[in-house]
Write a protein that binds this ligand. Sequence first.
Ligand code: GTP
Ligand code: MG
Length: 210
Amino acid sequence: MASGSLSDNPLLTSAKVVIAGGFGVGKTTCVRSISEIPPINTEAWMTAASEPVDRLDPGIDKTTTTVAMDFGRLTIDQDLVLYLFGTPGQPRFWPMWDDLCRGAVGALVLADTRHLEGSFPAVNYFEHDIDLPFVVCVNLFDGVLTHPLDDVRAALALSADVPLTACDARDPASVARALLVAVEHTMARTGGRAALASDPRQSHQWRQHA
Ligand SMILES: Nc1nc2c(ncn2[C@@H]2O[C@H](COP(=O)(O)OP(=O)(O)OP(=O)(O)O)[C@@H](O)[C@H]2O)c(=O)[nH]1
Ligand SMILES: [Mg+2]
């Protein structure tokens, strides 16, 4: 996606959005697939030496894990740029989440229905520990929704006022739609344009993705 010369626009507003969730739910994949700049990732190899602390279950196709953050950028309008910050997912890095969320306008919390219990701490964090609008998004690992979203909502004991959606983290258009839900939720929670400069639904660039 072409971003143009961002610095030329005096009306440009940027907004920070956090992509959070438990271990291996697809946060890094999500940032990588949507970022218009080469994303910054902080991946470390998971080895046998780290087995006591890293989950290396059979069937989990994962050789690296995020040890600090992911960073990417998405221009969704000529005067609105999202800066995407992906959190690390492993419990030993959760203390970093407060720092990563500082200054954010919203969060997209990814969930994997094959290991839904891994999403409980993330949902709990955004529901109780921090005042930040968030939406929960099921990552469709097999390309299909294996459980109705109402069932996922019930299993997560998710409040009715928290939007629940689904995406394929590998698919930029799908990730864009999920981010749109998050942006719209932030706008609804903050009274329209209090936190964001413009309505992304009017964005031509956005429509190209979504
Ligand atoms: N089939 C499929 N695989 C995916 C999808 N999203 C992520 N993956 C794979 O799942 C694994 C984990 O993805 P990551 O993006 O590293 O997950 P993460 O949430 O960043 O993981 P941590 O940072 O370690 O918590 C990787 O091997 C990805 O290739 C998806 O939508 N479909
Ligand atoms: Mg990661």
